[in-house]
Design a binder for this molecule. Structure first.
Ligand code: BG6
Length: 509
């Protein structure tokens, strides 16, 4: 705590005691993300007294086996290493496990008995937070069973709470997304539902709100008068990592664009909310989605590019193409890359193109939003009249988190030679680290009952309303020639053509 910038980094917010129930607790998400996040909250002393975790899954295992498997997950995936034995021992004593199928009422009666016991021993007072780390097809079953077992409190009951955290995918198109929401609403009130999009839990995404609305200098130029265009890149160097089956159903557009990338767009483009509170922020975000110019039919085919990686190289070693990955069809037409040219039909951004791209097996892992400002009106400092590159504000979401402003400076010497230079803010050097993981912040917020950083039903629906016609246009077009880019490159050439058509280029990142 010697670094003065770190003062105040730990929050003072204290959630009420509660039980945290993970449905699908034997799966990958619990081991990789949820338990490491909960353990780190324990290390930061942010968990309430009496806090308890109940894992619920079909896999048969004893509580001791569950604890051992969770310990292994925490040891491998926690941001803090090695495990702090004192913290772990206390944490492990709060871990419980119930095994059984989700369609058997008797198992929910056992879950209820376990929760009653925890309430009696730990003072959790029927405060329950459920985490659905299961495929969406199982949601209705679990919701019904919870309701039937009397495990859902009325939202108006101030003495206790029931909340449910739901993982993406929130459907696969507008109809299924809306059906999923309708199904959740049969049992839960919208205020009890926390749809997690872990991008909103990233410090750098929240800092975009701070950058825009905590400073006076950016907002006046954050509009069509000063911005030429915006680029958003979500690039990953990894392939589908054994998730071929899931990816065949999803593709990059459903996996990344419909949720994470559109969240970045919303935070970048939204109007200042009247308060930093759940509905105020989400009202402004959803307006951005409503302002997106629809990409339907020919427009979708003109302004979108999809690609799929073939074999290539990653850090000097050969890697297989998507079609060679396990559980992927050798003739698959699923996209592992997508680029789009978007426009917002609103006062602030009308006529400002927003180029987005996302993909797997690209050259490197980088997520960045770059705001490209307009050129000077008259290049008076150059004898040849040529323009130097216009100013760019680059917000690096990850890795190497930070914000860089590129502007023009005079090169020292007898002539007025101009060159782009950068002012660079880095989280690592300023704050001495990049802060908590997204899941830590989001789970804590759900315990506190603050849904600001979670997706609201209308937001999910508006995102699908934009995405579904693009999928429909692709389905009616001739099948693409895939693979269309080699692993380890920046995607198919058509992605460069998409932006070059407007006389622009992707930023070199
Ligand atoms: C997940 C996607 O939601 O986000 C994955 O399903 C992707 O395919 C991951 O790899 C990326 O998250 P992050 O935090 O590494 O950018």
């Amino acid at each position: 705590m010697d670094n003065p910038f770190r003062v105040g980094l730990e929050t003072e917010r204290a959630p009420a005691p509660c039980a945290f129930v993970i449905f699908g607790a034997s799966g990958d998400l619990a081991r990789r993300k949820l338990l490491p996040a909960l353990y780190n909250l324990a290390v930061s002393r942010l968990l309430p007294p009496g806090f308890s975790i109940v894992g619920f899954a079909v896999t048969e295992m004893s509580e001791d086996q569950f604890r051992a498997s969770m310990r292994e997950g925490v040891a491998q995936f926690s941001r803090r290493k090695p495990i702090d034995e004192a913290v772990w021992n206390d944490f492990a004593s709060r871990l419980h496990y119930v095994s059984g199928a989700f369609d058997d009422e008797a198992n929910f009666a056992r879950l209820r008995a376990k929760l009653d016991e925890i309430d009696a021993n730990n003072g959790t007072r029927e405060n329950r937070l459920y985490y659905l780390a299961i495929p969406p097809s199982l949601f209705p079953k679990v919701n019904d069973q919870l309701a039937r077992a009397g495990l859902v409190a009325d939202p108006s009951d101030a003495s206790r709470y029931t909340r449910i955290i739901v993982e993406k995918p929130f459907g696969r198109d507008l109809a299924s997304g809306d059906a999923l929401n309708a199904d959740l609403h049969r049992v839960f009130h919208e205020r009890q539902i926390f749809r997690i999009d872990h991008y909103l839990g990233k410090e750098t995404v929240q800092n975009l709100v701070a950058l825009r609305f905590g400073n006076a200098i950016f907002e006046p130029i954050w509009n069509r008068n000063h911005i030429d265009h915006v680029q958003i890149t979500v690039a990953e160097d990894i392939g589908v990592e054994g998730r071929g089956k899931f990816y065949e159903e999803a593709g990059t557009t459903r996996d990344i664009v419909q949720n994470h990338l559109l969240q970045l767009l919303m935070v970048m483009a939204m109007e200042p909310p009247v308060a930093f509170a759940a509905d105020e922020v989400r009202d402004e975000k959803v307006k951005v989605l409503r302002a997106l110019k629809p990409l339907v039919g020919e427009d979708a085919l003109r302004d979108t590019v999809r690609g799929q990686y073939g074999p290539g190289n990653f850090v000097g070693r050969p890697v297989p193409g998507y079609r060679e990955e396990p559980n992927v069809s050798p003739a698959s037409h699923v996209e592992t890359f997508v680029a789009m040219r978007l426009e917002l039909d609103n006062w602030r951004f009308a006529g400002v193109p927003i180029y987005i791209r996302a993909g797997k097996r690209l050259t490197k892992r980088i997520t960045e939003i770059s705001v490209h400002f307009k050129d000077v009106p008259h290049a008076l400092l150059r004898e040849d009249g040529a323009h130097v590159e216009p100013d760019v504000l680059a917000i690096r979401i990850q890795p190497d988190e930070g914000i860089a402003l590129r502007f023009v400076a005079k090169v020292p010497g007898p002539t007025m030679t101009l060159r782009p230079v950068a002012m660079d803010f880095k989280y690592g050097s300023t704050f001495g680290g990049s802060g908590p993981e997204a899941y830590e912040r989001l789970i804590l917020d759900a315990m506190l009952g603050d849904p600001t950083l979670f997706a609201r039903a209308d937001e999910v629906s508006a995102a699908w309303r934009f995405i579904t016609p693009i999928h429909e246009a692709w389905a009616s077009a001739p099948v693409p020639t895939f693979p269309s880019y080699a692993a380890g490159t920046w995607g198919p050439p058509e992605a460069s053509d998409l932006i070059a058509r407007d006389g622009r280029a992707w930023r070199r990142i």
